[in-house]
Ligand binder design. Sequence first.
Ligand code: SF4
Length: 291
Amino acid sequence: MKIEILQPVGYCSGVSNAILKAVKVKKDNPNKPVYILGSLVHNSHVIDSLESIGITNLVDNSISMEEKINSLEPGGIVVFTAHGHDEKLDELANKKGLTILDCICPKVKANMNQIKEKLESGFNVIFVGIEKHPETTACLSISNDIHLFDVKTEQFDDFNDGKPVFVTNQTTLNFKELEYIFNIIKNIYPNAIFNNEICPATRLRQENILKIEDDVDVIFVVGDKNSSNTKRLFEISSTRNKKTSTYLISSESDLTIDMLQGKKHAVITSGTSTPLEVINSVYKAIENLTK
Ligand code: SF4
């Protein structure tokens, strides 16, 4: 069995930066409670390892961010995730006597700043994203005037007030799907300004899947089922070639001998929040199962 790991691999800069910051704040403040509002990054291995050093992850999506902050004791440290957050929550956290650590990815931050600038300059802003994904929620929280184009349902309430139109998007979408959606919007607003915000770490992984050699007969996408960029890799891989089997696995424990039966060439790719150790364990497990 030939086994290859597709590059790039391991954490993207945004994920790596968020993890380093959260770990450091706990090390520097061992006696203070540290709470992460949501999943710092969408990977259960990362969440577990943060828990193991005493960081509390508040990941229950049925509880609002406001309720989570209100439930915390003053004096603790509240960490906002790499996906960005509603900045109105800062005021609430300050009132509760919490210290804020913002781990937003600089690429998401730049996109949010751009949305603010365009709104201030009198543009209508269309945001292409997945409804309820934390990055989309954060971007929409900037203003009630932002129009969401939901990727899943393709639902979009068009408008016609004569103002110029600026279109931007969630950073971890499928780049092919985004081209298709941009074309739909272009047909409605031919003069719109389009700003493709798919981040380089996401785009490169997607493009490299399409360049995989034809003799590859099985692809393992390693990552969390809650990770947007991992799910997009799975979608792209599943549709690129009907002869190739694709599996989304979270770790080597999801591998079965059936997945490898009769296969000769395997490729491992991974989401931007998948730890390198997990990818290496998957590599070794495939080697052992096919010896
Ligand atoms: S996937 Fe891209 S936008 Fe998301 S954290 Fe990584 S670098 Fe930032």
